[in-house]
Ligand binder design. Structure first.
Ligand SMILES: *Cc1c(COP(=O)(O)O)cnc(C)c1O
Length: 412
């Protein structure tokens, strides 16, 4: 089965009770069963079935199964947001005293989260570039996870996951990859050595900008060592499903960051057309990046521009695609705001992966809680604009940016 067929058919069959071609919205809190004995079995994982939507729900279950199979994982747990997925993917295995090694070009919310985790005794060491030379010196006995975004948002740095995962595995450390900006259309991180994959499914998977959600996918490949990861002794009986069983029966369920059935439904609808959208988005992004690159006083960062340090990785890992985010530097915050104020189609909004083109000034918004150093490491400068390219006709997008750029120099 090829990719676009898989989006529709892999791990999915019509609703067994009705034949509905999309899993319906099971908008309920609880599921009744014929006897207390049956419910006891469900609660003890000795019988399949649904009990309570915080723990599982048919609409959410269908979404989880479809994404898990698309990413070549053994299972997935959906969350109320991408941030919940990032948080749970880590807290599921960490305890006070543990350390994380992470890229510094991460999504602003994730950088803020690592600050929050300090209060619980979890320390994060940041590397400027996620590569073996920078990671290896920071590894200690306490390092329990390596975390990176495959295509950093907004630095647009690409991780060579094959070498990084090899290093991680030599030290018995799982590699957790946030693949939100890469999407399963461009790469399957598990095939290249990632152990756990997370997505903010609010973005390209949803695609329409109409529901917040996240998901955690387990490769089932990581050998959790009982002496390093305490949860293992309790969950050993689940074999390679130990990590997922711990999520579903422990931390994720008890914190209660479940995905609502309605949002699972909206994401499923989005998922089915992701292949078509990504083709158009990547094509538009490349064309717009090349066009913006022709303006002398605009600095363009896009992995598929030949001057990008990530050009060859984009070729090797992402099949020659650069994703659908471009960042540009225009000289000053004032010039950036002026450009953004003059765009007609591109909306000022803090989101990516929408069908509409969106722009944001990250330094004054997403990175407002970050230090100067954190901003520089994430390549967020005072004159940086992030563009999340949409599916509009490219001629209209080019023309929109051209007229806005032309206005930068004009008096008000
Ligand atoms: C948006 C985003 C998140 C957070 O997802 P939410 O759904 O907004 O909570 C995490 N990682 C990356 C790379 C993102 O772009």
């Amino acid at each position: 089965m090829k990719f676009n067929t898989a989006l529709l058919h892999k791990n999915f069959s019509s609703d067994p009770s009705t034949g509905a071609t999309v899993t319906p919205i099971y908008q309920v809190s609880a599921f009744s069963h014929e006897s207390p004995e049956k419910l006891e079995k469900i609660f003890n994982n000795r019988a399949p079935g649904f009990a309570y939507t915080r723990i599982s729900n048919p609409t959410v279950d269908s979404f989880e199964k479809r994404i898990a199979s698309l990413e070549n994982g053994i299972g997935a747990v959906a969350c109320s947001s991408g941030m919940a997925a990032v948080t749970m993917s880590l807290l599921n295995i960490l305890k006070a005293g543990d350390e994380i090694i992470a890229g510094s070009g991460l999504f602003g919310g994730t950088i803020d989260l690592f600050e929050d985790l300090k209060a619980f005794g979890i320390t994060t060491h940041f590397v400027k570039r996620v590569c073996i030379d920078e990671i290896e010196p920071l590894i200690t006995e306490k390092t329990k996870a390596i975390f990176a975004e495959l295509i950093g948002n907004p630095a647009l740095d690409i991780v060579d996951i094959e070498s990084v995962s090899m290093l991680a595995h030599q030290h018995n450390i799982p590699l957790i990859i946030d693949s939100t900006t890469a999407t399963p259309c461009l790469v399957h991180p598990i095939d290249h050595g990632a152990d756990i994959v997370v997505h903010s499914t609010s973005k390209y998977i949803n695609g329409g900008g109409n529901a917040i959600s996240g998901i955690i996918i387990d490769s089932g490949n990581f050998k959790w060592d009982e002496s390093r990861y305490e949860f293992v002794s309790e969950y050993k009986k689940y074999g390679k499903f130990a990590y997922l069983a711990k999520l579903r029966n422990g931390m994720w369920r008890n914190i209660g960051c479940c995905l609502s059935p309605m949002n699972a439904f909206l994401n499923t609808i989005g998922l089915e057309t992701m292949g078509l959208r990504m083709e158009r988005l990547c094509d538009n992004a490349l064309q717009l990046a090349q066009y913006l690159d022709t303006f002398e006083d605009i600095d363009v960062n896009y992995p598929m521009l030949e001057n990008s340090p990530y050009y060859s990785l984009a070729q090797k890992l992402l099949g020659g695609n650069g994703g659908a985010i471009i960042t540009i530097r225009v000289g000053s915050k004032e010039r950036a705001f002026k450009l953004m104020n003059n765009l007609k189609y591109a909306l000022n909004a803090t989101n990516i992966g929408d069908v509409r083109t969106l722009v944001i000034h990250p330094a004054s918004t997403i990175y407002v809680h970050s230090s100067e150093e954190q901003k520089i490491n994430a390549q967020v400068y005072n004159d940086t604009i992030r563009i999340s390219v949409g599916i509009e006709d490219i001629e209209d997008l080019k023309e929109d940016f051209k007229q806005a750029i032309d206005k930068i120099g004009e008096e008000n």
